[in-house]
Design a protein around this ligand. Structure first.
Ligand code: 8IG
Length: 272
């Protein structure tokens, strides 16, 4: 992805998605621990390993199947991408956002981003789904840097007010009364935080902390998509609990939460 410009590469991937899986109205990116929701979202019609699509890297993180599925979700054509590229794997920013750009350019008008996250809210611990209300992009990166978007694409400096659709958040709240909302701090990652970093993030307004989502949300909004974000809390952030942080627990918490997550996602997709 260094020789062609990232938008041309995403266009090619969008065309390949349409050829292999058809057209979809909504795209759903599944984070760590979320993969098992796929069969509960509707009728799974078809699937393709994402590395077979142009511009997608080989999957690396355990628990990510790296599949793109075409799902009939109660009549809504839904493109599910189970797996994503992370900055901490040293994927370039255009690779990190390639999937959402491809999905939008393939015709998806809505992008739903999910992740596993640490919680800074002591009352919302492991197993709690939280709707992302806003984010802090603390990755030090941004998909709108680099060469100007090519002709025919919106320019940079996208307005990120209401990045996380108030309409879709309201649909989630209607389906799951009392579902919490929070501000997601997206970090480069590679390690979890120190307790001092978590204290800092709390003072900056963060409710959730993770290593994904923010760059994809910006890239999706830039191309005009409506965006929703859902975090599954799998741990209290560093210094807030006696338990050590462990990636295996992320996957186990995901599995136990699957039926509730599927119900929530079905409601958000139906409203999209
Ligand atoms: I799951 O506590 C999960 N992902 N940065 N911090 C960060 N990412 C996470 C965490 C966490 N838990």
């Amino acid at each position: 992805m260094t020789s062609t410009d990232p938008y041309t590469a995403a266009h090619a991937a969008g065309d390949a998605i349409r050829e292999r899986l058809g057209e979809h109205r909504v795209a759903l990116v599944l984070g760590s621990g979320w993969a098992d929701v796929v069969p509960m979202l509707g009728t799974v019609r078809d699937g393709v390993p994402m590395p077979e699509l142009p511009g997608f890297p080989e999957p690396a993180v355990q628990g990510h199947s790296g599949m793109a599925h075409s799902v009939d979700a109660d009549g809504v054509p839904l493109l599910v991408m189970a797996g994503r590229a992370h900055l901490y794997e040293e994927h370039p920013v255009p690779t990190v956002v390639h999937g959402v750009r491809a999905a939008v350019l393939s015709g998806c008008a809505t992008v739903v981003l999910t992740n596993a996250a640490g919680s800074l809210m002591p009352e919302h611990g492991p197993g709690t789904p939280v709707m992302i209300r806003d984010h802090l992009n603390l990755t030090g990166a941004n998909p709108m840097t680099g060469a100007d978007p090519p002709a025919g694409m919106p320019g940079r400096f996208s307005d990120l007010t209401d990045l996380y659709s108030p309409r879709l958040r309201a649909a989630a709240a209607a389906a799951v009364p009392g579902i919490p909302e929070g501000v997601y701090a997206g970090l480069l990652g590679g390690s979890y935080e120190t307790p001092a970093e978590i204290a800092m993030l709390r003072s900056w307004g963060a409710d959730l902390v993770g290593m994904s989502t923010v760059l994809e949300a910006i890239a999706a909004r830039h191309l005009g998509a409506e965006v929703a974000g859902v975090s599954l809390v799998t741990n209290l952030a560093a210094g807030m609990s006696a338990e050590a942080l462990d990636h295996r627990e992320v996957l186990a918490t995901g599995k136990a939460s699957v039926p509730r997550l599927a119900e929530l996602l079905r409601a958000v997709v139906a409203a999209a």
